[in-house]
Design a protein. Structure first.
Length: 98
């Protein structure tokens, strides 16, 4: 078992109609999440969905965030990975058998 550190950046994708948003959401996430409605300052209705871009280093994430938002909006997260034990080789000999 070991811990992996990743850096993420939240983004939002918007569409002009619910069908396009639902199609994108279903292709990206399956049926886990629904799109939501939002309105701009002029009252125009959009349909949106959040998603996360993940990076291995803070430097990569920060660079992308600064290009998109003009500032570093990255967050740090941890994931635990567990691997199955490695099988003992057929020709393995223990110390007492030498």
């Amino acid at each position: 078992m070991f811990v992996v550190t990743t850096y993420g950046l939240w983004l939002m994708v918007t569409f002009s109609d619910m069908d396009r948003c639902s199609t994108w959401s279903e292709m990206s996430y399956g049926n886990k999440f629904n799109c939501f409605e939002l309105f701009d300052d002029d009252g125009f209705k959009y349909y949106g969905q959040f998603f996360v871009m993940k990076y291995e280093t803070l430097k990569e994430c920060s660079k992308a965030s600064k290009r998109i938002y003009g500032e570093n909006n990255c967050y740090k997260t941890y994931h635990t990975k567990i691997y199955k034990p490695v099988a003992r080789p057929d020709n393995f000999k223990r110390e007492e058998n030498k």
